[in-house]
Design a binder for this molecule. Sequence first.
Ligand SMILES: Cc1ncc(COP(=O)(O)O)c(C=O)c1O
Length: 376
Amino acid sequence: MTKLFSNYKRAAIDFASAQGNYLTDTTGKTYLDFSSGIGVTNLGYHPRVNQALTDQVGNILHQPNLYYNQLQEDVAGLLTGDKDYLAFFCNSGAEANEAAIKIARKASGKQEIITFQNSFHGRTFGSMSATGQDKIKQGFGEGVPHFSYAIFNDMDSVKALANKETSAIMLELVQGESGVQPADKAFVKALSDYCQETGIYLIVDEVQTGIGRTGKLFACEHYDIEPDIFTLAKGLANGVPVGAMLAKSSLGGAFSYGSHGSTFGGNKLSMAAAKATLEVMLTPDFLDTALENGNKLQVKLQEVLSDKETVTTVRGLGYMIGIETTGNLSELVQAARDKGLIVLTAGTNVIRLLPPITLSDAEIEKGVAILSEIFD
Ligand SMILES: Cc1ncc(COP(=O)(O)O)c(C=O)c1O
């Protein structure tokens, strides 16, 4: 009998170990991982990150945010390069989005925030209220006010909601949880221009799309935009809990001494893992190869799946891929597991793939072959 809440639907599989892009369960069965947790272990189970963690545990585990933290400075530096952003570290995507909502409200002195229908931004009250899906909010009573929900990829609907009290517009560049829906390039460009013209802050939630997931360090790079604020979590420390909110330094005054904080945010363990993760990703050519392989995976899936009766579309960006299907999602996920492949779902009709961005050609072939079999 479980002593845990039933807020997750758990498969009767417990993973005992992992190496590279493979997981092994307690019965000894191995699986090729096309999920990276839920888009977390973007490098696979990587020796360099593991070594950084081991080294850090041997030195010091915890230090409060009352002291200078070189690791936080290093990670912020790797994330921002020569761009004019400041970073705040926390422990999850929801917390990162809370920080984004708070800094936008405080820096602008306004409260209204426009997000999008079918978006997902987290489960805390603020991030849940930002989320444009009723089912996530059911039963929890009144949410945080002053959010409104535009239609994704529809600039007119954004303009219809914006007014002089609008502080920010917040979006995922690929809506992940609701079904892997990439934003249109022209829409994002128009949105970014509109924010610049009006002084409304642009917040990009890169919790799922960031840290190499789409074949670039940030999905923003595909769209050629520089948001005022962006958030990260999932892949940032390749499996260790972490979150980050980055904002243009001109907003820095809103997060002055005492305005926001977190006991564990930016702790040495997560920062050591994040630093190692970013150092691997920023190795010359690493992300170019990831983008190439992610595209290759998507093209192969399109080739192999396009004539399957139950596959409607294959879409995505880099290594963030959705296979829309009329098939039964639970049965498909189970069939993939039986054949040794771990996949995810999104929305009501999408098999979601968030593989490690380190897949070899052989692993791509293997995953595609299994997916082809399960859709037969
Ligand atoms: C786009 C996006 N934002 C926020 C979150 C929430 O992150 P966390 O579960 O770390 O709080 C998620 C999680 O799936 C996400 O995909």
